[in-house]
Design a protein around this ligand. Sequence first.
Ligand code: 28F
Length: 647
Amino acid sequence: MVSLNMVKSMAKQEYNENSIKILEGLDAVRKRPGMYIGSTDKRGMHHLIWEIVDNGIDEVINGYGNYIKIILEKDGSITIADNGRGVPVGMHASGKSTPEVIYTILHAGGKFEEGGYKVSGGLHGVGASVVNALSSWMVVTIYRDGKISQIKFKDGGKVDSKLKEIGKTNKTGTIVQFMPDKEIFKNCNFSFTTICERMQESAFLNPNLTVEVIDVEDNLSAKYHYETGLTAFVEYVNEGHKALHKVVQFNNVRNRIDVAIALQYTDTYNEQILSFVNDVKTGDGGSHEVGFKSGLTKAFNEYAKNNNIVKGNSSLTGDDLREGLSAIISVRIPEDILQFEGQTKGKLGTPEAKQAVEQVIYENLKFYLEENKEIAKTILEKADKSRQAREAARKARESVRKGDKTKNNRERIISEKLAKATSKEYSKNELFLVEGDSAGGSAKSYRDREHQAILPLRGKVLNTEKASSNDIENNAELRLIEYAIGAGLGQDFDVKESNYGKVIIMTDADVDGSHIQILLITFFYKFMRPLIENGMLYIATPPLYSVETGAKGIKEYIATDEELEEKKKTLKGNYKLQRFKGLGEMNADELYETTMSPKNRRLIRVTLSDAALAEKRIHTLMGDEVAPRKAWINENVDFTLEDDFRK
Ligand code: 28F
């Protein structure tokens, strides 16, 4: 991970308490929180945690401390602690204490200005003062120089009590506790599962780190520590699959960029590459992933050629070579050449990273293959099978287009189940995948026939975690989905051929419903990923309640328990409250008006980084780690479904 040389060069860099830059006030943050933390929903609120946690992780990355603890307190506040050096407690040139400056002045950076690594990707690294600005109170306790010092803030960053010594200690570290401002984050709760997932990732990326997460109210706790780092990460990702060899890990520094890669092939058909830059996940890839892919392809093809494994001149494509590959790429890039791109800043720009990663994977992999010829042979044979399968699939698709028996067969199967849309403007058409025949029937009878198609699904969908394209063809339910969308499967999937511009999952608002959502998202993630990449996969949100008021029986629909509580405050006199246990309990017109009509409905778009988690969640649900599963169920029963895999 961080090389020794880099740690040494950073240690030399004396930090200076006067080097902090003073820019603008916290009122700017309260005026436009979205600018600083992305949004003011659940996702934005979790951003507050990442902001503080990242400061602790920066300490660890740079060689100080090895422990981070996060406590979800009973009152809704959160406590985050590390055992690093402790924030400096001296006076700043402005006459304020250093902690006061750090926690009240925007962009109070200055830490490791040159040469160090900093967790700062996209919206990260906006600073602890942003968290203070969006909190109704914050307490910072510092263990340093033999003293325990504390400073308190209230009302979005106003000093409540100045920095003062509250005791003696021989420990070092920083504890930050804060309460997100209810005025800014309405009806939001912290999610134990979301926090655990992210902290587990940090533990995988930093082998010397131990992270503990505690939920006091629900009496849950989890502890993460992985001696083998990225190797453990890949083992975790591949859990339950048959591995073709032991995990391989490479670590090198090239051009000041610290590259760590771990990879392993399984007998599955999917590719799973996760990449990180300075510990932040790069969901949209970037130059490091590009370098990884080209280096991997080059190493395998050269090896195959030198060892006369390929026939003639044919070479394997990158896609062939990545079938069944799970890989984690973690790069550490000094701040001065760190560049992120794209709307959500989830893509690495830094051109030097391509070359660095390409060299590291190419050189190490070539050596590894030469040393492990049996494994090389197994992987190359698998890639060659993938090439053949792709050829066959392409031919099959061509014959389907030409209209032979297969096509008629498909038509027959699909026409029995699917209520089609009449419009030929495919991009405007929507496919609803509906849980249950009864709701499916309602949806069929009351829909926009021109643009909305309905496909009812019966019961639980196949768990495609370990499925191949062949398994899909043999599964009645998923085959129906494949035929309805009509754009192929897996590597053969062509999003341009999709019969629909939107595919909408519509399930009951209960645990089974969320489970079906996860199973379907996993299927789309594995077999029609471009559908998600192009933002075409959605989840419908049926209302939980209806309230009828007044003599005329005016009906209003309510989406969540929180909204119901709000509504109850405004209700006077008689009213009739109905709770919808499932889609089937609604009348057909109600279902259309509330959940399907573009006028009123609320669709949640499924995003890619979130989809990758869906597969892992299935593991969580079925695996043997009790705390996350219990939390997941708690969080889903009342349909406050994890919003981190939905947007
Ligand atoms: C629970 C959250 O925030 N931990 C932190 C440090 C350590 C230093 C530091 C932090 C000083 C001038 C900015 C100590 N000694 N956990 C945390 N641990 N910040 S935040 O310095 C901040 C800089 O400008 C630290 C020597 N250098 C740095």
